[in-house]
Design a protein. Structure first.
Length: 168
């Protein structure tokens, strides 16, 4: 699963992209109070395994904040000839990520990646991404990169269950 936080966005370009790319099976958009919710489900043939794969995209748009949380979950693609995934799910999520990043750059949206665990981050010095054990994270939210050994801040509140890493 991959999750983004998008701020200062226009929902029409986002929903158009999702309709065009991820709604060949199912689409539902509804407003509930101060929020617009949307679910898009697309299916595709995962060529790596010659099997069907589903990509589900869930959007929660907060109207008053002009901010949304968008998540994509790829499933299937692993029941092909040899019953091996071969990375088809992660490849689908990578394709989704690239599409959202490109859209955010085009429309000048503020984009952050939301990680479910507060322990992972890309090193600003060498770019290596690692998941850190809780005992490796200092009280001030800093860690030593496992690749280059330089110290950097995870940019998180260590008391939270998730964190964001700004992309655009």
């Amino acid at each position: 699963m991959v999750t983004f936080i998008i701020r200062n966005l226009g929902t029409e370009p986002l929903f158009s992209f999702l309709r065009d790319t991820y709604s060949n099976t199912f689409e539902s958009v509804w407003e509930c109070g101060n929020m617009i919710n949307a679910v898009f489900i697309g299916t595709e043939l995962a060529l790596r395994t010659i099997s069907e794969q589903t990509i589900t995209v869930v959007v929660q748009y907060y109207i008053d904040k002009n901010e949304c949380e968008i998540s994509a979950i790829a499933a299937g693609g692993g029941s092909g000839l040899l019953r091996i995934d071969w990375g088809s799910q992660s490849a689908a999520e990578d394709t989704f990520m690239k599409g959202i990043v490109d859209l955010a750059k085009t429309h000048l949206w503020d984009l952050s990646r939301k990680y479910p665990s507060r322990k992972g981050s890309a090193c600003p010095h060498c770019g290596a991404f690692y998941i850190y054990k809780q005992e490796q994270v200092q009280d001030d939210g800093t860690v030593s990169c496992q690749n280059c050994l330089k110290i950097f801040s995870l940019g998180i509140d260590v008391k939270k269950d998730s964190f964001e890493q700004k992309l655009v």
